[in-house]
Write a protein of this length. Structure first.
Length: 474
């Protein structure tokens, strides 16, 4: 990602010198000669770094006042202070106010470039750490051996490098946010920000400010401006969660923004041009909303250049063991003996397979986290079903077995055998964490024959599985 640096100095020679130095390093540089120009430049486009002279030939603002404004409105933007009349007291004052560093004039080229790069690297690390804290899990691959998991990995590999807008559909907890993050991290925008925006619970005017930002009072340059999610995601990805909840009165405006890729902030006059990839998600039938007049058709087509559907966990039975194993290891990794799928009793594994999982992967993750917290002896663990909450004991919470959907008396022998084989092999694949080789050894079947059987029963996609500890590792 190309970083943008704003240089603020009242001496033209110094401004131009720093511009030449930083441009040679590959940075985009903007210049401001006084406080008012600097504030306007920051309002028009938030820079990645500000290099700011302490003493400006400006009757309205000095550098320290501008530093206060930047750290108030944009606390994540690093500021480097420079001065030809600096002293220890001034340097300490600016650092206390949030400046990243202080450079005295005359400065060396090496010093300027080194401090600028370190400031940008530090800001990038802070942003990445903030994103990591927001992530519900740290896995960087789409797990599973099911046909749907394999197809989604293929779609991910094809779509991520493009700039296409994707509408991700699926039930609550199916992993829509996680899939969107994978699209971003495998895209050409991976070095840019990934901004999530929940579209629920906003009224028309409020959502405009949240997405588009708001200009301060033009008569008062010190009045704060806010940057909306669209601008925060510049050069990166904006993920609109629950996009079906957007207020109907704002949908046409958003459709125009996505067409022009520019907008004007609330109370603003100057249009902001953005370079943002839009991903969105929904758990409802948007075409039905369109028929009822609750969603704009034009916006739907702007958002859904590509549509991806994530299935419920109940349709990915053969992936439950792989996901449970991952979550157990993830949440117990700090233990001396981390838990894994082998830590679970046979009865508990069977119940995990037969449970409906109404909240899908999110619920499975929560259950595995609970087990990691409540299991004391992880070295000799044989986690029993008694450690789970009452809802997993409830008969109403257990999926009706496939053979109960149709009376055995109405089935041919071939149909009944196929139902049994599918359930049996799905259970065994789960038991061995997706490892086809170990499964084949246990059930005493040739590995190649098992591969063919899994495909014929729909327990595989069209792709070839891998051998080893994870036969279909993403």
């Amino acid at each position: 990602m190309g970083y943008e640096i704003l240089v603020v100095d009242d001496e033209a020679d110094i401004r131009n010198l720093m511009s030449d130095i930083l441009s040679d390093e590959g940075f985009t540089v903007r210049l401001a000669k006084d406080g008012a120009t600097a504030i306007e430049a920051i309002k028009s486009r938030r820079p990645n770094l500000v290099i700011l002279d302490v003493w400006l030939n400006d009757s309205r603002f000095d550098g320290i006042e501008i530093l206060d404004i930047v750290k108030t409105d944009h606390p994540m933007v690093p500021v480097i202070m420079i001065s030809g009349h600096g002293n220890i007291e001034t340097a300490v004052q600016t650092l206390k106010k949030g400046a990243y560093d202080f450079i005295e004039k005359p400065f060396s080229v090496e010093r300027l470039v080194t401090v600028a790069k370190r400031a940008l690297e530090t800001a990038e690390l802070r942003r990445e750490n903030q994103e990591l804290r927001e992530q519900s899990l740290l896995c960087d691959e789409f797990l599973g051996v099911s046909a749907s998991a394999q197809n989604l990995r293929i779609s991910l590999s094809r779509l991520a490098p493009t700039n296409s807008r994707i509408l991700i559909q699926g039930p609550v907890g199916a992993g829509k946010l996680f899939f969107a993050r994978l699209v971003h991290t495998n895209s050409l925008r991976a070095d840019g920000p990934f901004i999530t925006f929940d579209c629920r619970g906003h009224k028309g005017e409020e959502i405009q400010e949240k997405l588009m930002g708001k200009e301060g009072n033009p008569a008062d340059p010190l009045s704060p401006s806010s940057v909306g999610a669209l601008e925060q995601a510049h050069n990166g990805t904006l993920y609109l969660d629950h996009v079906d909840a957007l207020p109907i009165e704002f949908q046409s405006k958003l459709a125009r923004i996505l067409h022009d890729m520019r907008f004007t902030r609330v109370n603003g006059v100057n249009p902001q041009k953005i370079d943002v990839r839009i991903l969105s998600s929904t758990s409802v039938d948007i075409p039905a909303l369109i028929k009822n007049g609750a969603f704009r058709e034009e916006l739907f087509y702007r958002l859904s250049v590509v549509q991806i559907s994530l299935p419920p966990l109940s349709e990915r039975v053969e992936d439950i063991g792989i996901l449970a194993d991952y979550f157990l290891k993830f949440y117990s990794h700090r233990r001396r003996h981390p838990l894994n799928l082998d830590s679970l009793s046979r009865e508990l594994k069977d119940r995990l397979l037969s449970y409906k999982w109404p909240s899908n992967i999110r619920q499975l993750k929560n259950v595995m986290e609970w087990l990691s917290l409540t299991t004391e002896d992880t070295e000799n663990a044989n986690v029993s079903i008694e450690q789970l909450s009452w809802e997993l004991f409830s008969e109403e919470a257990v999926r009706i077995p496939a053979h109960s959907d149709q009376s055995c008396l109405d089935m041919t022998l071939r149909e009944a055998r196929e139902i049994f084989e599918r359930q049996y092999l799905a259970s065994q694949i789960m038991r061995f964490g997706g490892n086809v080789s170990k499964t084949a050894d246990f059930i005493q079947m040739e590995r190649s024959a098992l591969h063919r059987k899994l495909r014929s029963l729909g327990l595989y996609g069209n792709g070839d599985s891998k051998e080893g500890s994870a036969d279909a590792k993403p």
